[in-house]
Ligand binder design. Structure first.
Ligand SMILES: NC(=O)c1ccc[n+]([C@@H]2O[C@H](COP(=O)([O-])OP(=O)(O)OC[C@H]3O[C@@H](n4cnc5c(N)ncnc54)[C@H](OP(=O)(O)O)[C@@H]3O)[C@@H](O)[C@H]2O)c1
Length: 262
């Protein structure tokens, strides 16, 4: 199976921790030159320093905030001028704040839409021409199982994820003829800082311990445990590779079987 990414450049968003970081590490391990994108320069430098690097691999970091589309476009455009085109784009960012949809303010939806859909769209518009010229493009969006089954208490997130999912499948049809695939990875409960803060929020609302909430959540997963960020990253790496050339426009849950069991 051809999973080598030697000679490819991957832009990995939200890559200072959690799923994005594990993805950057997995792509670097397969030979890609990785560009990390996130807000915190020290964390970016730390992750970059830890990436596997064989001769010919040149990793880089771009500091940007997905809430600031003009700033994002300027920073990534300057970077592409330096390093040339990218072949792989992993769209990923921090999840919107928790809470029911009915009480969410309209500007919470606007903020989520900007950070998740419009930032990803800005990047796709910048990177797709280079992918097309190279005859190789892989766009992978880290979304959520809420695309298939909304998650209680994540009203804004459920709404925005649905929009991102359909945007991506629309692009899959538009870009497929140019050798570019667009796929969505839907992580289940994955042991990261994001999951930790969601568990803490649920525990304080329910007036019980975080251990009790964790146990309840794990009961819903046939695997009986939370996923590791690396288990999501390996699926992303496959989709980024030449081996996944005929996979386009899918929603791929990586959730230990939770959706199937619900
Ligand atoms: N963990 C789970 O169980 C789970 C399940 C389903 C879906 N998801 C979704 O999968 C995605 C990744 O999850 P995760 O658990 O790995 O999240 P995480 O641990 O919170 O990491 C989020 C990453 O995004 C970056 N980021 C956040 N806001 C940003 C912004 N405005 N601009 C630029 N970068 C930003 C963060 O870096 P900086 O702070 O340095 O910017 C960080 O590297 C999220 O959308 C999450 O909701 C997670």
């Amino acid at each position: 199976m051809d999973t080598t990414l030697t000679g490819k450049r991957a832009v990995v968003c939200g890559s200072t921790q959690g799923i994005g970081r594990a993805t950057a590490e997995a792509l670097a391990a397969l030979g890609a030159s990785v560009t990390l994108v996130a807000r915190h320069p020290e964390a970016l430098a730390q992750v970059q320093a830890g990436l596997a690097a064989a001769p010919g691999q040149a990793h880089a970091s771009v500091r940007a905030d997905f809430s600031d589309l003009d700033g994002l476009a300027a920073a990534v455009s300057a970077h592409l001028d330096d390093v040339g085109a990218a072949h792989i784009l992993v769209n990923n960012s921090g999840g919107p704040p928790a809470g029911p949809a009915i009480s969410a303010k309209t500007d919470e939806f606007t903020a989520g839409f900007t950070q998740h859909l419009l930032a990803s769209h800005t990047l796709v518009q910048m990177l797709a021409p280079g992918m097309r010229a190279a005859g190789y493009g892989r766009i992978i969006n880290i979304i959520s199982t809420s695309v298939i089954m909304p998650i209680k208490g994540l009203g804004v997130s459920n709404t925005i994820r649905g929009a991102v999912a359909n945007w991506a499948r629309t692009l899959a049809a538009e870009l497929g003829p140019h050798g570019i695939t667009v796929n969505n990875v839907l992580p289940g409960f994955t042991a990261t800082a994001r999951l930790g803060s969601l568990i803490q929020g649920r525990a304080s609302r329910a007036g019980c311990s975080t251990q009790e909430i964790e146990a309840q959540m794990k009961q819903a997963v046939p695997a009986g445990r939370f996923g590791r960020p690396e288990e999501i990253a390996e699926v992303v790496a496959f989709l980024a590779s030449p081996a996944a050339s005929y996979v386009n426009g899918v929603h791929l849950p990586v959730d230990g079987g939770r959706l199937a069991a619900s």
